[in-house]
Design a binder for this molecule. Structure first.
Ligand code: CMC
Length: 504
């Protein structure tokens, strides 16, 4: 850094000349990346009239709103080539894993780095299934939610709540290097939280489902697969020898595997950001779950179905596409920050949908979804912006056909994604050089220093974004809230009994 531009052509470095000062710098390129902190050495005196908040004399800042081109860590977990539509977990193509593996085997792969042997898998599976049982007190917690609470609100809260049971897994109580030591005891504590979180994710999700259906909770069964146990915990109603439908169980397992990880998406980044303060893993996973809830991320599968319902029939697709192009609507389930071609998972989901429809019958929204897909893929607006279907475009149709309520779809994304979040969390805790707290910079563009004004001397600042509105508890606005609550209750159109739809 700060050296003259003498690096020979072909060397692995970047030459930068700061035209404010005439100084030249050579920045090393490592793994096709440059370090943002190298730019901090490039300082200049503040120009006349320049705001002091620019802190020009303290060195250049690198700005990247929305992390469009910033690598925040080195990872060995998942690789995506967004132009070629490639997704690999630990080097294995997603297509091979979906065909040959299972969600739990893939979880082992994602977290520990290699495919398990038979006996390694047996231990892992046993531990996870053994840790699926929840303390009986948790029932009260679930019953404290309103009847129409969104299940993602319940799940997010439940994951944080779960952490309150495990003081031995809390760095605030046990010492801040609890998970970063990397010794045998520390790794064992880490493994236990991994078993707990994966094992209990299905139980918490099923409890969120049952409490809204008015069903008693059930103890996780023994002898079923991970997804089989999940279906049991949702659907069991006292039948003798209950077994989930094997086709639906397999389909859900494939969907779980496809959703297990996806590199540094918003929720995985949230988990890492949260974990960087060395908080306990339950709190970090709850934070990830909250991030996933949003309609641009894991909430997109729910948004797709609401969109398809609003379109209604294939004849209405052209008008919808026009509305999207005028930016009045968003085509949920299309577009991706990394993929600039079809998401490779979307092909597998589409194939899985056909398997499920053989059992459940075709969903009435399928025709509309296909018409929408075909119209968007041919339209210049989407072609130019490289917008193609992502994993959420088809998955909602499967969940709907299987009888899950619309607002439960993001939960079906969150449960398997616990695996990916944990893989990233573990990798970060054990990374060489320890954990550095994630504390990004900002570019301050607000008021410069000003003095406090006594209340009688102030001139009112008004404007829609500048003044808070009065929110009258008895007035029109609260009436709207009440009406919305009722509508969302009515939107729970589906009832599931024993793995099959019984009524719509
Ligand atoms: N419908 C209409 N226009 C879109 C869409 C869409 N779904 N996605 C992107 N665009 C347009 C966007 O308006 C922009 O146009 P312009 O350049 O003219 O301003 C251009 O395409 C680039 O989009 P962007 O918003 O800069 O892209 P991004 O990388 O910031 O956002 C995204 C990615 C996934 C948030 C976005 O594509 C989107 O909102 N998609 C719909 C929601 C969705 O399906 N999310 C699930 C993502 S995959 C699973 C997961 O990670 O959870």
């Amino acid at each position: 850094m700060g050296k003259p531009l003498d690096a020979p052509l072909g060397s692995n470095s970047l030459s930068v000349r700061d035209n404010r000062t005439g100084k030249s710098y050579s920045i090393p390129i490592v793994d096709n990346s440059i370090s943002a902190t190298d730019f901090k050495a490039m300082s200049a005196p503040r120009a006349p009239g320049e705001r002091e908040e620019n802190e020009t004399e303290k060195g250049l800042r690198v700005s990247d709103k929305g992390f469009l081109n910033t690598a925040v860590l080195r990872s060995e977990i998942t690789f995506i080539d967004g132009d070629a539509g490639v997704l690999r977990y630990r080097g294995y193509p997603i297509e091979q894993l979906a065909l040959e593996s299972s969600h739990l085997e893939t979880a082992y792969l994602l977290i520990y780095g290699s495919l398990p042997t038979k006996s390694q898998f047996q231990v892992f599976q046993d531990e996870i299934m053994h840790h699926s049982v929840i303390h009986a007190d948790a029932e009260q917690f679930f019953r404290s939610f309103r009847y129409d609470a969104h299940p993602m609100a319940i799940l997010t809260s439940a994951l944080a709540y779960l952490g309150s049971y495990y003081s031995q897994a809390n760095p605030s109580l046990q010492g801040q290097n609890l998970f970063t030591k990397g010794d045998k005891a520390s790794l064992a504590v880490m493994d236990k939280q991994i078993y707990r979180l994966i094992g209990k994710a299905t139980t918490l999700a099923a409890m969120a489902y049952r409490v809204r259906q008015g069903r008693e909770f059930v103890t996780p069964p023994t002898g079923l697969s991970y997804t089989g146990s999940f279906l049991y915990q949702m659907d069991y109603l006292g039948q003798e020898n209950y077994v989930p439908n094997p086709v639906l169980e397999k389909a859900l397992d494939v969907l779980f595997l496809l959703h297990a990880d996806h590199e540094l998406n918003a929720s995985a980044t949230t988990v890492l950001q949260t974990s960087s303060s060395l908080v306990d893993p339950f709190s970090a996973i709850a934070a990830g779950c909250a991030s996933l809830y949003g309609p641009l991320h894991g909430g997109a599968n729910e948004a797709v179905i609401r969109m398809l319902i609003s379109i209604g029939k294939p004849e209405n697709v052209p008008a919808f596409i026009e509305a999207v192009k005028k930016r009045e609507k968003v085509l949920s389930g299309f577009g991706h920050r990394v993929y600039k071609t079809s998401d490779p998972r979307s092909f597998i989901v589409r194939k899985t949908a056909d398997e499920v429809f053989k059992i459940t019958g075709k969903d009435e929204l399928l025709e509309t979804a296909m018409a929408l897909h075909d119209a968007a893929m041919k339209d210049e607006y989407f072609i130019k912006r490289k917008l193609a279907p992502n994993v959420d475009f088809w998955s909602g149709l499967i969940y709907r056909a299987m009888g899950f309520p619309n607002d439960f779809f993001p939960v079906l994304f969150a449960v398997p994604r616990v695996v990916g979040w944990l893989a990233h969390w573990r990798q970060m805790m054990l990374q060489t050089g320890g954990v550095k707290i994630w504390r990004p910079r900002q570019i301050y563009v607000g008021e410069t220093k000003r003095d406090y004004v006594p209340v009688d001397e102030r001139i009112a600042v008004v404007g829609p974004k500048k003044t808070p509105r009065r929110w009258n508890t008895l007035g029109f606005q609260s009436g709207r809230i009440l009406r919305r609550s009722r509508a969302s209750t009515q939107s729970c159109e589906f009832r599931r009994v024993a793995g099959a739809i019984v009524s719509r």
